[in-house]
Structure formats: C-alpha cells, structure tokens
Design a binder for this molecule. Structure first.
Ligand SMILES: Nc1ncnc2c1ncn2[C@@H]1O[C@H](COP(=O)(O)OP(=O)(O)O)[C@@H](O)[C@H]1O
Ligand SMILES: [Mg+2]
Length: 463
C-alpha cells in the first residue's frame, strides 16, 4: 500500500516534467486568461523561453504577435469546453481545446488548454480528398472499360455503321423504353438485346430471351403469363410462373415477335400498357416491373397490312426502333469476326489456323444470306477442311462454289444443304489421304491431323 502512495507522490512531483514530454502544447491559465504554466512543447515550437510567457495574458500574446486567434476567452465566458483554431507566427495551425476547471463553489479557477498541430491532419485531408477524387475517376474508368469489355467479349465490329449503332445503344440502354430490333436472321439481334440489358440499370436482374416460334401456339399464353394451379388437365398442381414474371426486375427479350398470334398480341399489349398481368385461370393481377425488347426478321409493316400484326402493339414496341444491317452491307466487320471465330476454334481444338488476306477478299465478295451466324459456321468448316495452317482462297471457294454478290443464280450450295456439301468434301479428303498414304490408315490419319479413331469412324461412314 505504501509503495502505491510513494508512486502517487512521485507522480505528482513529476507532473510538470511528464507534461513536458507531451508532444501537444499544454497551457494552464488562471480565471483571467493569464498563463500560469506551459509545457516545453509550446516554448520549443514558438522558440521563446518559458519565462517570457509566464504571467502574460492570452491577449498580450496576441498583441505581441506570437499568436492569432484565441479560444481561452470563449471558454471563460461560456464556462464550458471550447475548441477552435489558433495560428502561430511560425505558420503553425493548431487545433486548440480549452476546458475550464471550477472549485467547489463553482468559481472558475483554471483553464487547461491543449493545442495540436493540425498540419498533419490537413495533409491527411488533402490526401484523402485526392484519393477520393481518384477513386471516383477509377470507378468511372472501370465502368467505361467494363462496357468496352462487355462489347469486346460478345460483340465484334469495325464498321462505322455498327459503331454508330452501338453509340446509340449506349445512350438508350439506361432508359426503360421498349426497343424493337429489326434485321435479317443472324445479324446479331439477340446479342444487341443482351448488350442493351447489360448496359442498363437492370443488368444485375434476369435477361430472359423467349423465342416465340419455339413455343407451341397452344402453350404460348400459359408460358408467357403463367397459370394458376389445376387450371386445365395436365397442368401442374402448384401452377406455373410465366416468363414475364420470371423476367421481373430485368429484361424480357421477345424474339421473332412477328410470329405471335393475334390473341396473344392483345394480351402482351395490355401487359405493357398496364404493367400488370393475370395468370391463366386467375382473378388476381400481378404487378410487373420489366423492360421489353422485341426483335423480328419479318417486315412488320407488311404483317400489319395483312392484318396479322396489330398496329397498336407495333407502336408500343417500337418506341426505340433499331435496325441492324446485314453483313454484306458492312463487309469491314468480316475480318474482325473471322479472326475472333478462328481464335475460338484454335483455342478449342489447339489448332493454329490463320486466314490469308486473299481468302478474306473472296469472303467479302460473298453475299452472306445467313449473316454472322453463317460466317461463324463457315469459319468452322474452313478450319475443318483447309489443308495447311493458312486458309487460302481455294479453301474458301470450295465452300462457297465461287459465289458472286447479288447473283441469285450463283447462290452457294452451302445454304441449300451444308451437311451434304461438307460430307462430300470430307469424304474426298479422306480418300485422297488414304491414296497418298498407299492405303496405310495410320499414316493417312496423321496426314489429316486426325486421331486414328476419328479417322476410322469417318472411313467407315464414307466407304
Ligand atoms: N457483332 C458480333 N460479334 C460477335 N458475334 C456475333 C455478333 N453478332 C452476332 N454474333 C453471333 O452470331 C450469331 C447470331 O447472332 P444472333 O444475335 O442470334 O442473331 P439474330 O438474333 O439476329 O438471329 C450468334 O452466335 C452470335 O453470338
Ligand atoms: Mg435470333
């Protein structure tokens, strides 16, 4: 117990010395703001001996130009702790906190002040602000890159037509407007619809593509709108959620909208107008929150004339109409698309095929009735059938049978029966290789770069 007392006494004796080691400035004022004591930190910072301060009032320090600003007078006046900024002649900005101390009768006897140099804090604030600005920029850049990356991944193009179409898409994507995408089969309508979705605020919600002709007409209504349990024979007891409801929050892509029967057209129109649907066999309505994108390769104006497509639905759907040009009208896209498809195939089959410039020129002459889908399949066929690593014009001509743009007589056989054509060529190659290898199957397989099993299977099929 006594040792504790000794320690306490010691502590009290050493207080001034201890306070001298505090890095902040410590002042003790009397009730009239006269300095009774101050620690070494103050004297060192201001480079003034301690005696000069003792007995001076805060006001005198201000008058003599040692400091600017005062907090202690406010603390005395307000009889409570007050904080503020005090500047020194040496340019230090100090956060100063003054606390009045009262005796048992409530008289103010001392004011204790601590002062901290806030240069470090200020520097930190500046750094933080700079970093916040920077991270905002990074975020913006990331968002931009993400867009570009999304496009690079799914979407290849080089033509100015596609560039300007994509610029439009980026602009319209964030709005919830219904979009109608028209264009021939295989031009990339679905890819564009997906791109709109991934660049919209709904990007983290579902993107539900619905290919209308793929659903039997008698099931279309219940597939789209769902049905209540036990509605008809063969229906699920628990009922079914329709595709419109599945797309809730996200985007519903109605592909081949031109094939939709008139009675369902009415229901879709009503769903868009009221943002509500009713399941088959139900009296309750379900609120909808989704964006609709529709696509067609049919001339809707013709369908409207023939009265197989409703005009009012057409207007509802085509708030923003987008037309994607066929590949033959943007031949600049053929090269980058070919490269991308080749890259994918090379990677998948560990090949090293490239295509010559001359072969590409031949491809550009072709009319591409099946557009990008056809181009993709053609590249697959080319890599399968070309002999060396380099695809040359002869390889291309073999596939397309010397087509010329705009000459219907010269339309390639490939669009009529691609499988037969392919098989005929493959058979040719197999038999040729066998001849070259003098009937040695193992060698023939090697010549073609095929595994032996694959070669045997083909040989069996063609002989
Ligand atoms: N710009 C493009 N870049 C890369 N692939 C594309 C591009 N446009 C379309 N494709 C591919 O071509 C095929 C057909 O595209 P899709 O969107 O289904 O056409 P559509 O709906 O018009 O028939 C798909 O395999 C798709 O991935
Ligand atoms: Mg499609």
């Amino acid at each position: 117990m006594s040792s504790k007392l000794v320690l306490k006494d010691d502590l009290l004796n050493h207080f001034p010395e201890i306070l001298d080691h505090v890095s902040d400035a410590v002042f003790i004022f009397d009730h009239e703001a006269r300095i009774l004591w101050l620690n070494k930190g103050v004297c060192d910072t201001l480079n003034i001996p301690r005696d000069v301060f003792i007995g001076k009032t805060q006001q005198q320090l201000v008058d003599e130009g040692h400091i600017r600003g005062s907090v202690v007078y406010s603390a005395i006046r307000q009889r409570k702790e007050v904080s503020g900024i005090v500047n020194t002649r040496a340019g230090i900005e100090a956060m100063t906190r003054c606390s009045p101390i009262f005796d048992s009768q409530g008289n103010l006897v001392f004011v204790v002040c601590t002062s901290t140099d806030i240069k470090e804090l200020n520097d930190l604030r500046v750094t933080l602000e700079k970093e916040q600005r920077q991270s905002k920029n990074y975020l913006r850049e990331l968002e931009y890159l993400r867009k570009i990356l999304l496009l690079n991944e799914d979407f290849i193009f080089d033509s100015t037509q596609m560039k300007s179409l994509l610029e439009d898409i980026m602009k319209l994507a964030p709005f919830d407007y219904t979009v109608l995408i028209t264009g021939e089969s295989g031009v990339g309508k679905e890819v564009i619809a997906k791109t709109i979705h991934t660049n919209s605020t709904r990007k983290n919600e579902p993107f539900i593509p619905v290919c209308i002709p793929a659903i039997p007409p008698n099931l279309l209504e219940s597939e789209l709108f769902g049905y209540e349990g036990g509605t008809f024979t063969g229906s699920l007891r628990e009922g079914k959620t329709g595709l419109l409801e599945i797309a809730q929050g996200g985007t519903l892509f109605l592909d081949e909208i031109g094939d939709i029967p008139l009675d369902i057209q009415v229901k879709i129109l009503r769903a868009i107008e009221t943002n509500e649907i009713r399941k088959v066999g139900s009296t309750k309505t379900v609120k909808l929150n989704l964006r609709i994108i529709a696509a067609t390769n049919k001339p809707l104006d013709q369908l409207i004339k023939n009265r197989t497509f409703r005009k009012d639905l057409y207007y509802r759907l085509s708030v923003v109409p987008i037309h994607i040009k066929p590949l033959r009208d943007r031949p600049e896209d053929i090269l980058p698309l070919c490269h991308r498809f080749l890259q994918e195939i090379n990677k998948k089959y560990t090949l090293n095929k490239t295509i010559s410039k001359e072969a590409l020129d031949v491809m550009k002459q072709y009319s591409w009735p099946g557009n990008i889908r056809e181009l993709k399949h053609s590249v697959e066929r080319l890599t399968a059938l070309s002999n060396g690593d380099l695809i040359i014009p002869d390889d291309v001509k073999k596939i397309f049978k010397y087509p010329s743009v705009g000459d219907p007589e010269n339309q390639p056989a490939v669009t009529e029966s691609p499988i037969k054509e392919f098989e005929a060529m493959e058979k040719d190659k197999i038999l040729n290789a066998l001849k070259q290898a003098n009937g040695n199957k193992k060698k023939a397989a090697e010549l073609l770069g095929m595994t032996r099993t694959k070669f045997y299977r083909r040989l069996e099929r063609y002989s």
